[in-house]
Design a protein around this ligand. Sequence first.
Ligand SMILES: Nc1nc2c(ncn2[C@@H]2O[C@H](COP(=O)(O)OP(=O)(O)OP(=O)(O)O)[C@@H](O)[C@H]2O)c(=O)[nH]1
Length: 301
Amino acid sequence: MIANEQMVAVLEALPDPAFILSSSGKYVAVFGGSDERYYHDGRCLIGTYLHEVIKPAKAAWFLQTIDRALSCRRLLIEEYELSNKDVKGLPEEGPVAPIWFEGRIQALDFRVDGEEVVLWVASNISQRHELELRLREMSDTDQLTGLFNRRRLERDFSLHFDNFSDQGMPTTILMLDIDNLKQINDAKGHHKGDESILAIAEICRCEFRKTDYAYRFGGDEFVVVLPGLMPAQAMAMVEALHRSFNLALSALADDELLATISMGMTGINAGDTSYQDTLKRADKALYQAKANGKNQLIFHP
Ligand SMILES: Nc1nc2c(ncn2[C@@H]2O[C@H](COP(=O)(O)OP(=O)(O)OP(=O)(O)O)[C@@H](O)[C@H]2O)c(=O)[nH]1
């Protein structure tokens, strides 16, 4: 049988901090947090209230979460971020990166000073969170160009489609395909072909507005999404873009083998049932540009 004072020692030795918080946000007790790599001693918080140490928006989130745990009486698991800007008395700017926590919050079956209380165990998950972000970024990014890939396009485009359906936000889509890349690959090697792909990607990175997005759709095909613009509004910009692409591609040509670019353009239409319909129309326009002799822009209303 473990004696009470031994139990206190066990609680103090817990690597992650465990807080007893009341429904009004009072730190009733703080145990553990002995892993000094991640945590400061939190015992100075005992007797204070969340709103005294945490700024209003974040403190309100903590209180809502406590309230939810007290209502549902089951274990809640929440991931949250705490940074300088959330803590009272610290400068908002500073070198300290936000810390990510996983909170496990469970209502307790007793009251303290008449108030309901929860156990809130906070684990520092910053490293795991950083890794997850990096993995997500890698799975969304094309390795050669650093542009977003087709997987990311499909996710983003369905959001643009929702913005069009819900708020009527127009969106223009371009589908691009480099002309004659196979000949260049065959004659000069894949490295030379890669240069054309990279030149297109570089222009996509430099010449668009912050709100525009370019994706490598696959092989020598790219998709560009221009939110907030109807095709008629985008036309002059897209024509200038076509010239920029060709200028960059011709700068890479060292003999009669010249890559150019074909482009299909459309906008999300009221009759589209999903973003796939819009993409198919852009693809049709691109196909038409190829069939007409390449190196041109075709708009499909
Ligand atoms: N260098 C290089 N070539 C690639 C890459 N991905 C796809 N390709 C090549 O791009 C070519 C795409 O096929 P096509 O579009 O039919 O070739 P194309 O010569 O551009 O034909 P048109 O579009 O009709 O002008 C294929 O030869 C692929 O091998 C890549 O990452 N690097």
